[in-house]
Design a protein around this ligand. Sequence first.
Ligand SMILES: [Zn+2]
Ligand SMILES: [Zn+2]
Length: 206
Amino acid sequence: MILERLVVGPLASNCYIVGSEVTREGMIIDPGDEAEQILEKIKDLQLDIKFIVLTHGHIDHIGAVREVSEATGAEVCVHTDDAQSLKGWRMGGILGSSYPALPPPDRLLKDGDSIDISDLHFLVLHTPGHTPGGICLLGQGVVFTGDTLFNYGIGRTDLPGGSHSQLLNSLHTKLMVLPNDTIVYPGHGPETTIGAERRGNPFLRG
Ligand SMILES: [Zn+2]
Ligand SMILES: [Zn+2]
């Protein structure tokens, strides 16, 4: 599996580019900003991008969706409960400004859906809490967790639609049940593993 991480935008969001070594088909997870850098990387990797998958609808994860989807023709996929965010939204105190509406998503995701890219298969895990329609993508021994789980941290829940109890429920029922050696690629910061988080994440004890 081809897997590259780009750190983009003022909030240092992780944009992941995932592809099949067999067919060179791929997907982009969370094109948050810096479309040019993302498109350059795709060109270098010679990938044909089929899907743009959004872990959730916050601007720091979707800011480059328009440019990247127009350039690649890829299907934009987002959970039903976060689709509203693509219509243009104000991110409270974080960035403090509104942004123009994005094109409507091509595919609305729900828990249990699969995203298939030739030989690569990913399962959609609905993990509300940071946002109502937050998802994680599980497959090939890795899980992309967006702003649900970080290296020794968890997502904030003080933004509109956030819920701390829902987030903890998502973490315990969807992520902490995964094998310890599952590699975690979060929406911000370095990678970790489910085992390391189970042992050391202060928010997941007890
Ligand atoms: Zn977020
Ligand atoms: Zn974020």
